[in-house]
Design a protein. Sequence first.
Length: 194
Amino acid sequence: MHKLPLSGFIQDSFQEYENECALVLFTTGCNLACTYCHNKKYLWERKYDAFDIINTRLRPNHTAVVVLGGEPTFHDNLPSLLQHIKTTGRKTKVFTNGLGAKSIDACVPYLDSCSVDFKTSLNPAVLGVDISIKAYMRRVKDTLNVLKHSLTPTEVRTTIAPGITDIDVERIKAILDLTYPNAEYIIQEYRSIY
């Protein structure tokens, strides 16, 4: 079995997956470098292996396993991890930045829920990478289309980072209402922890 590096995990959580007691895994690495990332301090720390944590830390009270990051789709063996989790009878949920549609497509058979982070700012100084609005929108729409066609329950999250306006949020809502009316839209407040 291939290893999938983690920077950490939460043994028991009721926050990331509504109505579920979840084991939460934090994958390493990301294809972005957002200045407001709440996990940026740990992005490249390889402390654990996801398969080992599943095999040693999963308890009977866990009804789900949540995989977030970093960016889970950064890892080629994410579908294998989700398949392994499903053999334990648990639900699965992945949090993603939405730029890895091919990975999400490969995960769909093992995915019970997905949360896509819809960025409000494509400023390279904020994201840490230079990506055009057109390229970003195409890639996120590809991911949302995969989830829509697979009927995977999907939530779209936007973090209200410094500099984000109500107009930015309304623009995103309008795009989602037109294109993905069944996606749950969640606005989360920015929390500076550094």
